[in-house]
Design a protein around this ligand. Structure first.
Ligand code: IDC
Length: 290
């Protein structure tokens, strides 16, 4: 509707993992919205890591698709955006599973073309030296596929080096005919990524590149280790100032510091502060203050 919004939300852990999948349900999403003021939920579906979409059998694929559907429908009902995340990671070059990706996104776009709450994230974190020009070629193919069915949905494109080198994307964004409603992802883990990465973000912004933080945490890049709250505050202040959306990793009870909830909690919320980890507490407090 032409109205600027900032999305703030949470990412699932992998829905191919039992530390992620159980927390993706309507009740949980409603609690995220009502208790923490979250307006967007990211459904992370790994592609090649453990039981991911490209390496699993037909029955589990069906389950993954059903889980995505649960999230999209819940989001629609609750007035929340839902990001469908093609979570490449060990498969660092998105072209590795490009055929599958294209089939998947066409299927999603066809199915969800009337669900205006859906956002497509077409490659989580390219890595392993995959260049921007390779990612861009991939992106244009997938965007074209999605646009066959859905002309408008926001599409998020990953950037080189685990979605950090947005400055490179800014020098040569996807070609004009695919550019509409396309944004580029920037990921950070505050105990690892500091001022130097915000400088890259600033350089991209200066060139007018639309940025979207589809994943961050306040621990280190392993998803574990100590929290850097001072740096986290600098990051979120920077993002708020620039009206950039951000999604925290992750709604999980795994024993790692990026996980939001402690083990033994219910799958559906509502999670009180004693159910939350240190990262979960800090980030939800930030969200609640807004
Ligand atoms: C991590 C999970 C961890 C899992 C691992 C798989 O937290 O439980 O075993 O993936 O390799 C990312 C990735 C995201 C990572 C996260 C933390 O997008 O998949 O999740 N991270 O390492 N980028 C930077 C950090």
């Amino acid at each position: 509707k032409g109205k600027a919004v900032q999305l703030r939300g949470i990412s699932s852990h992998g829905i191919n993992w039992d530390v992620g999948e159980p927390f993706v349900n309507e009740k949980a999403l409603q609690n995220l919205r009502d208790e923490w003021g979250v307006n967007c939920f990211r459904v992370a579906m790994y592609t090649e890591d453990y039981n991911g979409y490209c390496v699993t059998d037909t029955a589990s694929r069906k389950k993954l698709l059903a889980k995505i559907d649960t999230a999209v429908k819940a989001g629609r009902k609750l007035g929340m955006y839902v990001i469908i995340d093609w979570h490449i990671l060990s498969d660092g070059n998105p072209q590795q599973n490009q055929k599958e990706a294209l089939k998947f996104f066409k299927k999603m776009a066809k199915k969800y073309k009337n669900n205006t709450n859906v956002i497509y994230e077409i490659c989580n974190e390219p890595n392993g030296g995959t260049s921007w020009s390779t990612i861009k070629k991939y992106a244009e193919k997938i965007i074209k596929g999605i646009r066959t069915y859905d002309k408008k949905a926001v599409i998020l494109v990953g950037t080189p080096n685990w979605s950090q080198d947005v400055d490179q994307a800014a020098l040569s964004p996807v070609s004009k005919k695919y550019r509409k409603n396309v944004m580029y992802t920037l990921h950070f883990y505050a105990a690892t990524h500091k001022e130097w990465l915000r400088d890259k973000a600033q350089a991209a912004l200066d060139k007018g590149l639309p940025l979207f933080v589809s994943e961050f945490s306040i621990c280190d890049a392993s998803g574990n280790g100590g929290l850097d709250k001072a740096e986290a505050k600098k990051w979120l202040t920077f993002l708020d100032k620039n009206n950039i959306s951000y999604m925290a990793w992750s709604l999980s009870n795994k024993a790692e510091s990026s996980a939001f909830i402690k083990s033994g909690c219910s799958n559906t919320g509502k999670w009180s502060s004693k159910n939350l980890t240190a990262a979960g507490k800090w980030i939800t407090n930030w969200y609640k203050k807004k």
